[in-house]
Design a protein around this ligand. Structure first.
Ligand code: AMP
Length: 337
């Protein structure tokens, strides 16, 4: 496929890494693709896109993917994640490809550490190096990890991105760019979308599957709409304690399902879901924060999380700190309203 102007330009800054990554991929017979815990569209779509790309272009290689499943994306959008045994990891020399995660402790399977080589494609700020610099392709300004990976794959000579791989990558791109609405969306994001569309993917079928809701989720919406709060400077938030989740028949993973109900409301600058996660190993209230314009990732970092300017995740360990957390977010918007 002929490369567009944006793709050609973008690739220049990573040309050394692209060469090294392509050479490394060709050198390994066994490859395992990893992504972050509690996956979203970008994590799963990028992971599965890479897996499909490898299977299409290197049918002789053994390719695996690992991590936790998603409560509603699996198997609706993506296949169930493989359960790869401890023996496999101990007995095989393999390459790990890690996508969409900047923090090693958030990689969904810690056995990436057993890999003989690691390639990382990402768009998160990196807390500590996961792969060697020549095999790290990271652009924190990219709208999605998928945008970064697809650019690299388009530069791999003689390779093709199939319709099936493109479908995964497109889901990832749409998911993390907020349907191309977040400010991270650039001409390059659209150039990548264009390249994916050119494979013949059916985008209306993709959107229908991605955003399909259940009747139960309408009941969740009704709960959110009758129980949300708004801070003085326009931070909307709702809490889903364990008992409410039981009443609504949802698990903590679905707490953020309705967060974007507040995305287009005049006077609301940021919005969050705050969901109790009773998991005894990591008890906390999981927060998904979204913002219309201002960068909320600093507040997310302060509250044991991180992410992007307009979509971040955080944790409140003791719910008695709720007011402090909301005050931190609220302070960002004092001048707005
Ligand atoms: P979520 O609200 O879980 O959909 O997360 C929104 C974005 O923030 C995603 O890109 C996540 O990868 C990122 N994110 C969520 N939690 C964390 C965290 N603890 N550290 C770094 N990034 C995070």
């Amino acid at each position: 496929m002929a490369l567009s102007k944006q793709v050609k330009e973008y690739g220049k800054r990573f040309s050394k890494q692209y060469k090294a990554a392509f050479k490394t991929i060709k050198a390994y017979d066994k490859i395992v693709v990893f992504r972050h815990l509690k996956p979203d569209f970008d994590a799963m779509g990028t992971q599965m896109g890479v897996v499909q790309f490898l299977k299409d272009n290197f049918p002789e290689k053994e390719v695996h993917f690992v991590g936790d499943d998603h409560v509603s994306f699996t198997p609706r959008l993506f296949p169930e994640t493989e359960k790869l045994s401890e023996e496999w990891f101990n007995e095989n020399k393999f390459l790990a490809i890690v996508v969409d995660v900047g923090d090693a402790s958030r990689i969904a399977d810690p056995r990436f550490e057993k890999a003989s080589a690691i390639i990382k494609f990402d768009h998160h700020p990196c807390k500590a190096e996961i792969a060697a610099p020549e095999l790290t392709i990271c652009d924190i300004d990219a709208a999605a990890a998928s945008e970064v990976v697809v650019d690299a794959l388009l530069h791999f000579k003689g390779m093709r991105i199939s319709k099936e791989a493109a479908r995964h990558f497109y889901i990832a791109l749409v998911g993390d760019s907020g349907r191309f609405m977040f400010s991270s969306t650039s001409p390059h994001t659209f150039a990548i979308a264009q390249a994916l569309l050119a494979t013949g993917i059916d985008i209306s079928a993709i959107y229908l599957t991605m955003y399909e809701k259940t009747i139960n989720s309408l009941q969740n919406q009704a709960y959110v709409l009758s129980h949300f709060h708004v801070s003085p400077h326009g931070v909307a938030y709702y809490l889903l304690p364990k008992e409410v989740q039981e009443e609504l028949h949802i698990t903590p993973e679905l707490g953020k399902e309705n967060v974007n109900l507040f995305s287009n409301i005049k006077g609301i600058n940021a919005w969050c879901s705050i969901t109790e996660d009773p998991n005894p190993k990591d008890y906390c209230w999981r927060v998904s924060i979204r913002s219309k314009r201002k960068d909320i990732s600093g507040v997310a970092n302060k509250w044991e999380g991180g992410g992007h300017a307009q979509a971040s995740g955080a944790k409140i360990v003791d719910i008695a700190d709720l007011d402090k957390f909301i005050a931190d977010l609220d302070a960002l918007f004092v001048e707005d309203n």
